[in-house]
Design a protein around this ligand. Structure first.
Ligand code: R2B
Ligand code: URA
Length: 310
């Protein structure tokens, strides 16, 4: 049926379930997913999560709760009367997780360490729950490079602040590098779901992922700044020449860890500022709220299409 272009089949079982590249896990009598407040010994993860197909991640708990209710309406999922969605990970006091039928909506916090920890545990959750061919989405915000605020960007690939296309992590005193690859077919499929009547553009390109919002993204308005406007603009123009269209803070680990796990994934971020024009986020709250719904809409169209053609 579906053929994967970027995901190696070695990383998944024949039936599509997630294969862990860590032999230690099956040898443990239980696996505690500490930051999710779940465990393979304490919870029936197959019963709770076996029907999951789409994992949607975004920065804040509130937005991911809103996304859960939004997708619930879109796919026509019904809760038992008088009940509300429960935050499955509420007692972790770290991340929030909502389940709406085949969709998980999870907050990932800010930055690579936060989303990295979450991805280890969610990938293991997919394994324990025997989920088949899950698709992961990050829906977020970003700074655009030469794009009008409110533009939707689907990342073709993630690069670090030195424009290197991999996620580098010190492990046992040595640097380990993992390619930050995203699924090309998913990019095309998502792009095709932009409607001509959408009052904004949907573009694809490289996403530069930093470990800081201020100095790390060349902002002049942090608590410190040891460079001038000209140096900032020279850097932004350099990355623009390298086909970078936006900057954010999680795509590198998201792309690298999902790719390493053999999981298809996409990063869809709205731009909330044009960094060629300024650093501060000036848009009023109502405007920002509407902009942040745009990546959610695109992912919702994808999920609905999948569920209809299943
Ligand atoms: C986008 O927005 C956040 C910073 O404001 C960060 O999590 C990101 O990637
Ligand atoms: N998120 C970022 O990381 N940078 C921006 O400029 C806006 C949102």
């Amino acid at each position: 049926k579906m053929k994967d272009e970027d995901v190696s089949s070695e990383t998944r079982y024949e039936d599509g379930t997630v294969r862990l590249k860590n032999a230690n896990i099956e040898l443990m009598d239980q696996d505690i997913l500490y930051h999710l407040a779940l465990g393979s010994g304490s919870h029936d993860l197959v019963e709770m999560f076996g029907d999951v197909k789409f994992i949607c991640m975004g920065g804040t708990p509130k937005r991911m709760e809103q996304f859960a209710y939004y997708i619930m309406g879109e796919i026509g999922h019904k809760l038992p009367t008088g009940t509300l969605l429960q935050d499955i990970s509420q007692y972790s006091y770290r991340y929030s997780m909502y389940k709406v039928g085949p969709v998980l909506s999870i907050s990932h916090g800010m930055g690579i360490p936060s989303i990295g920890i979450l991805l280890h545990e969610v990938i293991k959750l997919m394994y324990h729950a025997k989920v088949k061919d899950p698709v992961f989405f990050r829906i977020g915000t970003s700074g655009g490079i030469g794009l009008e605020g409110g533009t939707v960007v689907i990342s073709e690939q993630a690069v670090d602040g030195l424009l290197r296309p991999y996620y580098e992590l010190p492990v046992l005193g040595k640097l380990v590098q993992r390619p930050a690859m995203l699924d090309k077919r998913l990019v095309r499929e998502l792009k095709a779901l932009h409607h001509p009547e959408d009052p904004y553009d949907t573009v694809t390109g490289k996403t530069l992922c930093t470990t800081d919002f201020y100095e790390g993204q060349g902002r002049l308005d942090g608590a410190f700044c040891d460079f001038n406007e000209n140096e900032k603009m020279a850097y932004l123009e350099q990355i623009q020449k390298a086909n970078v269209v936006n900057m954010e803070m999680e795509s590198l680990a998201f792309a690298a860890l999902t790719h390493n796990a053999g999981i298809r994934s996409a990063v869809i971020c709205v731009t909330i500022v044009d960094r060629l024009k300024g650093d501060q986020i000036h848009a009023p709250k109502e405007v920002l709220d509407e902009w942040q719904e745009r990546p959610q809409k695109l992912v919702s169209r994808y999920i609905k299409k999948f569920l209809q053609t299943k």
